[in-house]
Design a protein around this ligand. Structure first.
Ligand SMILES: [Zn+2]
Length: 54
């Protein structure tokens, strides 16, 4: 299952959520700290990790 990174625009806290694509497309996520819906998805780190430079 993919992990999505979010940052809350309200309290500036970042958090991750692991969910299926179906769940992700449903939307309606809230910040776990302040329950705000003003969250923004951060770019996935999938491509950043595991790239070997050798
Ligand atoms: Zn928040």
């Amino acid at each position: 299952m993919p992990t999505y990174n979010f940052v809350c625009k309200q309290c500036k806290k970042s958090f991750t959520r692991t969910m299926s694509l179906a769940e992700y497309e449903k939307g309606g996520f809230v910040c776990p700290s302040c329950k705000s819906k003003k969250i923004e998805q951060k770019p996935s780190v999938f491509f950043a990790v595991g790239s070997k430079k050798s």
